[in-house]
Design a binder for this molecule. Structure first.
Ligand code: EPU
Length: 420
C-alpha cells in the first residue's frame, strides 16, 4: 500500500521571535551508535534527537544484535559479545549512513556483509575512498548480488592513508576500523567536521588512542580492546543554523540555545554580510533579520567552509535579496532539485549544475512544493514563512529524518505552521 506523503503547511507573513533550543547532531549521533558496536556492554549516549534516522540506525544495529532503549534524550545501547556482521538492503537503502557499520563490523568480527548503497538526489555518492582505505588496512572485498562482502580474517593493520577528498564518511569508517587495528594508522587529508571530532572524543572515552581529530591529519594508535562509555552528543550546527535563518528570513529576532556558535563561523559570517545582526555567546546565537537581505556569494566546502547542508536554506534566504548572489556547490555533484521548487514560489534562480545564480525578488508566493531531501524541505518551509499565502511542503517526512520537532519549534517561535 502506498503511504500518503507527509505535508507541512505554512502561512507566510509572520516574523519569528523567541528562543529555540537545539539537540545533538544527527550526523554525530548516527556515527556514535555505530562506534558503540566496537565495545560489548552498556553504552549511554546523551542529547540524542528523536529523529527517524536514529530509529533506522537502531534497526541496523538491532540486526547486528545490539539493542537500544530511549529514556528522553538518553539512548541506552547494549552491545553483545558477538555481533552479527550484516546490514541488509532495506535498511541501507533507507539511510546511506548505514555503510559506516562496515569498518566497525570488520574490526569486531573480521568480516561484514553490507548491502551496497545506491545513489541519491545528490548524485551517485560513491564509497571508493572508504573501500580503498580499508583495503590498505588489510581488508578484501567482493560484490555479489548487490551485497558487499568484506573480509579481514587476520585482522586489520595500521597504515598511512591519503584521502583524495576530505570525505566525512570515509574518514569516519577508517577511524572506526583503525581504533582496534594492529599498529598505527595515519589518515591524511582527513575531514575536520565537528561531528567527527566528537566521534573521536567518544572513541577515546572508550579507550581508543586517537590524536589530531579536527585537523587534516589524524593518527590512530590501535588498541587491543575498547570498553563501553557514556558520551554527550555535540549540538547540531545544522539545526542551529536553520533556526537562525528562520529568524533572519522572517525579519524577526531569534535566539538559538544549546549550540556551538564556533561550528557555524562561515555561515554566520555570510548571514552578517547579508544584513543580519548576529551576536553570540558560549552556547547561544542571537540573530536579528534585515528588512531585506543584501546579496551574498558563497561556495560550499568541507568544514570549516560553508556547509553544503546549509546551502538550500541560505539560497531560500537570498531568493529575497536586493540583488544577485552566486553560489558554488563543491561537495555534491547534484544538489539542485529544490531550485525548481523555489522558482515555483516565484524565485528567480538558475543553475548550470555546479553554480546557482539567485536573482533576488521582493516577493514569493505560496504553493505546493516538493521537499525532496532533509535540507531542501527545511529550506522550502523557510521560504514559506515569508511567501504570500500558504505554502504546502509535500514529502515533509524528510525533515523528520534530521530535525526533531521542527514544526513544533517553528510554531513556538510564532510561525503559523502545521502538519497534515
Ligand atoms: N565521495 C566520493 N567517494 C567516497 C566518499 C565520498 O566520491 O568514497 C564524495 C561524495 O559523493 C560527495 C563528497 O565526496 O560528493 C562528500 O561526501 P562525504 O563522504 O564527505 O559525505 P558523507 O559522509 O556521505 C556526510 C553527511 C551529509 C553531509 C556530508 C558533507 C552523514 C550521515 N551525512 O555525508 O549529511 O552532507 O557529510 O558534509 O553524516 C544531511 O545530513 O542532510 C547530509 C546529507
Amino acid at each position: 500500500m502506498m503511504t500518503r506523503p507527509e505535508m507541512i503547511r505554512v502561512a507566510g507573513g509572520t516574523r519569528l521571535y523567541g528562543e529555540v533550543p537545539v539537540l545533538g547532531a544527527k550526523n554525530a549521533a548516527l556515527k556514535h551508535m555505530v562506534a558503540a558496536m566496537l565495545a560489548p556492554g552498556d553504552h549511554v549516549l546523551e542529547n540524542v534527537p528523536s529523529i527517524a534516522d536514529v530509529a533506522t540506525m537502531g534497526e541496523v544495529r538491532a540486526y547486528a544484535g545490539a539493542t537500544c532503549r530511549r529514556d528522553g534524550t538518553r539512548l541506552h545501547i547494549a552491545v553483545p559479545e558477538h555481533p552479527r556482521p550484516e546490514a541488509p538492503l532495506e535498511l541501507v537503502r533507507k539511510m546511506r549512513a548505514s555503510i559506516l557499520i562496515l569498518g566497525a563490523l570488520l574490526s569486531r568480527c573480521g568480516e561484514a556483509r553490507v548491502a551496497l548503497p545506491g545513489g541519491d538526489d545528490f548524485g551517485s555518492r560513491p564509497i571508493d575512498m572508504h573501500l580503498d582505505g580499508l583495503r590498505d588496512m588489510g581488508a578484501s572485498f567482493e560484490l555479489k548480488h548487490g551485497v558487499l562482502r568484506a573480509y579481514a580474517p587476520d585482522g586489520l593493520h595500521g597504515t598511512e592513508i591519503y584521502l583524495e577528498f576530505p570525505s566525512v564518511g570515509a574518514t569516519e569508517n577508517l577511524l572506526l576500523a583503525a581504533a582496534m587495528a594492529t599498529g598505527t594508522t595515519v589518515i591524511s587529508n582527513a575531514a575536520r567536521e565537528p561531528e567527527l571530532t566528537d566521534l573521536a572524543m567518544y572513541l577515546n572515552k572508550m579507550g581508543a588512542k586517537i590524536e589530531g581529530a579536527g585537523t587534516s591529519t589524524i593518527t590512530v594508535h590501535g588498541v587491543g580492546s575498547l570498553a563501553s562509555a557514556t558520551h554527550r552528543v555535540v549540538p547540531d550546527r545544522l539545526e542551529a543554523g536553520t533556526y537562525a535563518l528562520a529568524g533572519a528570513i522572517s525579519g524577526g529576532e531569534v535566539r538559538v540555545l544549546d549550540c556551538v556558535p564556533d561550528h557555524l563561523r562561515m555561515e554566520l559570517r555570510k548571514m552578517e554580510v547579508a544584513g543580519c545582526e548576529v551576536t553570540f555567546g558560549a552556547d547561544w546565537i542571537h540573530v536579528v533579520g534585515p528588512d531585506r537581505p543584501a546579496p551574498v556569494d558563497f561556495a560550499t566546502l568541507p568544514y570549516p567552509g560553508f556547509h553544503t547542508d546549509m546551502h538550500p536554506q541560505m539560497v531560500a534566504f537570498l531568493a529575497l535579496a536586493d540583488g544577485t548572489s552566486i553560489i558554488t556547490e563543491n561537495v555534491y555533484a547534484a544538489r539542485f532539485r529544490y531550485v525548481g521548487e523555489l522558482n515555483r514560489m516565484g524565485a528567480d534562480i538558475s543553475t548550470d549544475g555546479q553554480h546557482v545564480v539567485v536573482r533576488g525578488t521582493d516577493r514569493l508566493s505560496g504553493c505546493e512544493v516538493d521537499g525532496c531531501d532533509i535540507r531542501a524541505a527545511a529550506a522550502l518551509v523557510l521560504a514559506g514563512l515569508v511567501a504570500e499565502g500558504e505554502t504546502c511542503v509535500v514529502h515533509a517526512e524528510h525533515i523528520d529524518r534530521g530535525d526533531a520537532g521542527y514544526v513544533e519549534k517553528m510554531s513556538a517561535l510564532g510561525a503559523r505552521i502545521n502538519r497534515s
